[in-house]
Design a protein around this ligand. Structure first.
Ligand code: ADP
Ligand code: MG
Length: 339
């Protein structure tokens, strides 16, 4: 049984990144440092990290656009060649969509997508182009020029162009940075649907965890070129291995030991960490009195800035307007992590 599972696991690996390091010429810090992970076929993978953390370097290394210093990237078990090892840099079965989309802005949507296909079979070229436009819900834009499209529409065209050539792996570098909040939701849902319909494996990188957290099957968090944690988004969120992870993913409250003790939290390490939604705003035997210092409007909820004996925390308030500035509330930190 164990052996069979193991084989299944190996067969399903589309990408294996092994101890990859890249240091750019003349730079003291690493672009990426000793990164290893596997990606299963058909997964949506999100790589989250601050600007400059090495996300683009990692994507380019996977795609074969960068000469890496150490380690290797395997695509279906075969090493991905670097730019100096082949005529056209990049892997045939992968496509990368960057923020600038690289479309021919004066050409029509249809022609942009069709141009990725060869002319050997004109009928199939037409069929594939139309089918891909349907997948991405852009048939109605077929005759429009790229200059006439919104940022979100352009992005769909770029993704359609990337996928039309039987692409097995789609690499998206900051895919949502150009689009507004409403469209983001739709594009996220689109990517999920397209991945499940076509079986394409997707890696997307973003500095905004909201882009990846709830979409991805697999989340990788990187900082200063190093992989901090990898796993299912909900697991990483609830069980962060580093304080930084909780801060970047959920804007966690971080207290030092002394502050934690003032609030009655007994930490084993040096810090107590919790998300604002882990704070219960209700009176119970172990709740304490806090003063509401400020209320931040967040749409369908509010975030309260609370203070007790000089220690500030934040809590989520779903019933808007229930507690106002200068009120006193009972709050209990229902769960916290010790670091
Ligand atoms: P991200 O995509 O997460 O913003 P990058 O992968 O672009 O990060 O960059 C990681 C690090 O490598 C940064 O410190 C950046 O300044 C550096 N870097 C990126 N590209 C180059 C380059 N072509 N030459 C020198 N340094 C670079
Ligand atoms: Mg980048």
């Amino acid at each position: 049984m164990l052996g069979k599972d193991y084989l299944y696991h190996v067969d399903n690996n589309i990408i294996r990144v092994q101890n990859v390091s890249k240091q750019y010429d003349g730079q003291e810090v690493f672009g990426v440092r000793n990164i290893s992970f596997d990606i299963q076929q058909g997964q949506i993978v999100a790589i989250i990290g601050e600007s400059g953390s090495g996300k683009s370097t990692l994507l380019k290394s996977i795609y074969g656009l960068l000469t890496i210093d150490e380690g290797s990237v395997l695509f279906k078990g075969k090493r991905v060649l670097g730019p100096e090892e082949q005529l056209i840099p990049g892997h045939k079965e992968m496509k990368m969509v960057t923020q600038d989309f690289s479309l021919n802005i004066y050409a029509k949507v249809y022609d942009n997508i069709a141009s990725a296909l060869s002319n050997t079979d004109v009928k199939s070229k037409h069929e594939k182009t139309v089918q891909m436009m349907q997948h991405l819900h852009i048939e109605h834009l077929s005759a429009k020029k790229i200059t006439q499209l919104s940022g979100g529409e352009q992005q769909r065209v770029a993704i359609a162009k990337a996928l039309v050539t039987d692409t097995k792996m789609l690499l998206l570098d900051e895919p949502f940075s150009q689009v507004d909040a409403l469209l983001k939701n739709q594009l996220r849902a689109d990517i999920k649907r397209i991945a499940s319909e076509t079986g394409v494996t997707v890696i997307m990188v973003s500095h905004d965890p909201a882009d990846g957290l709830f979409l991805a099957d697999n989340l990788l968090l990187i900082k200063d070129g190093q992989l901090l944690q990898q796993g299912e988004p909900a697991h990483i969120y609830n069980h962060p291995e580093h304080v930084y992870t909780a801060q970047i993913l959920g804007n966690a409250v971080v207290l030092n030991k002394e502050q934690a003790e003032i609030l009655g939290l007994h930490v084993e390490g040096a810090q107590a960490v919790f998300y604002p939604e882990w704070v219960d705003l209700k009176g119970s035997w172990n709740s304490r009195r806090f003063e509401v210092k400020d209320v931040y409007y967040k749409g369908f909820y509010e975030e309260l800035l609370l203070e007790r004996n000089g220690v500030s925390i934040r809590a989520i308030q779903l019933n808007r307007g229930e507690h106002k500035k200068n009120d006193h509330v009972q709050a209990n930190i229902g769960r916290f992590l010790s670091f």
